[in-house]
Design a protein around this ligand. Structure first.
Ligand SMILES: [Zn+2]
Length: 156
């Protein structure tokens, strides 16, 4: 597993633990990639340099929902509306929005958010919404050292 991937997994784990801590009773499903052991394709299990003679190797298997959702949560006291989170460490949120656009979301019934880890201990939470038929996002809050602050500008 590359370290970039590991950072992504760590971030998803962090979001999961934060949600469970802040919303006791929440159901959180973390769609993080997992490592699967497969027969080494270079030597077909006989053992070679690539698999260090073991005959099998680990590959990372993606699990994200629709290719864009990393975490699904149902928080208490929210009428059971599921929250779909796209977690990212990158600044290219336009690409994330494009991926999310492939899903015909009904924003009356679901929440869709992009959680962007901007730096250590800082997460910006963006709400994804429909703006005249096109997906858009805007910042709704920020987490700094596990403390959530709602963004004041809540104009629609
Ligand atoms: Zn091998």
């Amino acid at each position: 597993m590359t370290s970039t991937r590991q950072l992504g997994i760590n971030y998803q784990n962090w979001i999961e633990s934060w949600l469970l801590e802040k919303f006791p009773g929440a159901a959180v499903h973390n769609l993080k990639p997992f490592a699967t052991k497969i027969t080494c394709f270079a030597c077909k299990g006989n053992g070679c340099g690539k698999c260090k003679g073991k005959g099998d190797i680990f590959i990372s298997q993606r699990q994200d929902l629709f290719g864009c959702v990393d975490i699904v949560a149902v928080l208490p006291k929210d009428c059971g509306r599921p929250l779909f989170i796209q977690a990212t460490l990158h600044t290219g949120l336009g690409k994330k929005l494009k991926d999310l656009s492939a899903v015909p979301w009904d924003f009356l019934h679901v929440h869709v958010q992009i959680w962007h880890k901007r730096s250590d201990g800082v997460t910006i939470i963006h709400k994804v919404y429909n703006h005249e038929g096109v997906l858009a996002y805007r910042k709704i809050g920020e987490i700094f050292r596990r403390k959530y602050t709602k963004t004041n500008d809540q104009a629609k």
